[in-house]
Design a protein around this ligand. Structure first.
Ligand code: CA
Length: 238
């Protein structure tokens, strides 16, 4: 059995990140757990501080008996094959307002929850799917959100053939996010438009699509099947 896991990325530029201890991983190591970095800090707090300074670090394990600190890019949620490691404690980034057990991920510093669903849908179906889960199609109206989402998708293995509908509509020549903000024009510094995009006034949807190895916005048909659905949520505490 392969343990389920959710890829999570922590964009924690802030030095203070809240960590929660996962009671499911006491004195055991999660399966498939390949640390990105293995270090020998002085104590648990040093280990937490190390993870906090790495923008990619979303969880860590501190093994007191070996004085070892293992930093992970992802958050492990379930453990079906337990490897006993006395003294091991596992911590993940605290995002209690995003239900991480359901594979929601929290973006920092935006403090928004995102849910990536591996489902093929048209634009309308994608919007409806997010609604049924009490969210909306992702609004990537800041540089930090775009960069964070691209990292999240890459870690979900969605980077090479991804095509996802975003929460924006075309009004004539301009695209507007569903929160009323105008989508950045191609000439702006914070634009994620692909080369020569937007290029067809008949393409009414905003699509996040892989362009060789990078994710870029395009205008595109609203009727094509996406490779996944990306929903956005306000955290419960907001
Ligand atoms: Ca296009």
């Amino acid at each position: 059995m392969v343990a389920s896991l959710c890829a999570q990325v922590s964009q924690s530029q802030q030095p203070s990140v809240d960590w929660v201890r996962d009671p499911g991983f006491v004195s055991v190591q999660p399966p498939l757990a390949e640390p990105e970095l293995r270090m020998e800090p002085s104590d648990l707090f040093d280990c937490a501080a190390l993870c906090s300074t790495k923008t990619w670090c979303s969880s860590f394990m501190y093994i007191s008996e070996q004085a070892q600190c293992l930093l992970f890019k992802i958050v492990y949620l379930e453990n079906e094959e337990l490897l006993e490691i006395p003294g091991a404690e596992y911590y993940r980034v605290a995002s209690d307002s995003c239900p991480v057990q359901e594979c929601f991920a929290m973006s920092r510093p935006d403090n928004l929850c995102f849910l990536y669903l591996n489902e093929s849908r048209t634009s309308e179906e994608s919007r409806d799917l997010c609604k049924t889960k009490n969210g909306r199609l992702a609004i990537l109206d800041t540089l930090s959100k775009n960069e964070w989402i691209v990292s999240l998708l890459e870690m979900n293995g969605a980077s090479y053939d991804a095509s996802l509908y975003l929460g924006a509509q075309r009004n004539g020549t301009v695209f507007t996010w569903s929160n009323g903000q105008q989508v950045a024009v191609p000439e702006s510094n914070h634009s994620f438009w692909g080369d020569s995009e937007p290029n067809y006034s008949s393409e009414h949807c905003l699509v996040l699509k892989s362009d060789i190895s990078v994710m870029r916005w395009r205008d595109g048909s609203c009727d094509l099947q996406s490779t996944g659905v990306l929903c956005e949520y306000q955290p419960a505490s907001n």
